[in-house]
Design a protein around this ligand. Structure first.
Ligand SMILES: *Cc1c(COP(=O)(O)O)cnc(C)c1O
Length: 244
């Protein structure tokens, strides 16, 4: 199993099987191929086997690979470029110019800056709110560690979201989370389940909010994520191999 074609087809099969186990359709699930650290040539190989969703965690890499790939394939290549990593304020302009979807919106300040640059560019950007349910200090995201019972966290989330919904250019479409590194399966599953419940709670807490999407699951846990309702899985190593 060492070509992108073989690895990708194995991933699609596992996606389909996980979906089937819980009565879902594989078509509901978008596999974002995480190409971070790989050169543009790897993206072209993946494109040749039919991959159209790519994930990058750094704005510089996204910009340079998007530019290189458009140079080869033309601008209307059908690729959706997902920015999946935490964004620093000074990188919001590049993100607003080059990302087609942003999975890691983790604070209001970033939302405001993105909106400002999106308006300048006349673009819109679908975004996922990154939710930190594990409390791991290394994880960014809105603080939701005890959201089920913590009125302060609930109020803060609701207030932030109401504010974000006013921002032109920003399309709040879902929640994103990351499981703790190396946690036991039961813990990962609980975390994904709580994230889905949080998304559903937010839709009732903010009546104008519609969150069709849930971005969760990576190489080691995407099947659990699908069983728990993920619509987007972000898979790197299982498609491209171990990163260079
Ligand atoms: C690197 C990365 C992934 C993919 O990780 P793999 O383990 O290679 O599948 C997914 N999401 C984010 C935010 C990442 O940074």
């Amino acid at each position: 199993m060492d070509t992108i074609a073989e690895r990708y087809s194995a991933v699609l099969q596992r996606v389909a099987q996980a979906a089937q186990r819980v009565g879902r359709h594989a078509e509901e699930i978008t596999v974002v191929a995480v190409s971070k650290t790989w050169p543009a040539e790897a993206i072209l190989q993946a494109y040749a086997v039919g991959i159209r969703h790519f994930g990058e965690n750094r704005t510089e890499e996204l910009e340079s690979k998007r530019t290189a790939v458009s140079h080869t394939l033309g601008p209307d290549n059908g690729i959706t470029w997902h920015l999946i990593g935490t964004l620093q304020s000074r990188k919001t302009e590049v993100a607003a110019g080059f990302a087609d979807c942003f999975h890691a919106l983790d604070r209001l300040k970033i939302a405001h800056r993105l909106s400002h640059h999106l308006q300048e560019n006349g673009r819109t950007l679908p975004v996922f709110l990154e939710m930190n349910l594990s409390g791991e200090a290394s994880k960014s995201g809105f603080s939701c560690t005890t959201w089920e019972t913590n009125a302060t966290q609930q109020t803060e989330l609701r207030t932030a979201i109401v504010d974000m919904l006013q921002l032109p250019g920003l399309q709040v479409q879902g929640c994103m989370t990351m499981a703790p590194w190396d946690a036991p399966e039961a813990e990962i599953r609980t975390l994904f389940r709580r994230t889905r419940a949080l998304k559903e709670w937010l839709e009732t807490a903010v009546p104008t909010l519609h969150l069709p999407f849930l971005s969760m699951g990576m190489t080691d846990d995407f099947e659990i994520a699908i069983e728990e309702g993920a619509t987007h899985v972000r898979v790197g190593r299982a498609i491209f191999g171990s990163r260079p």
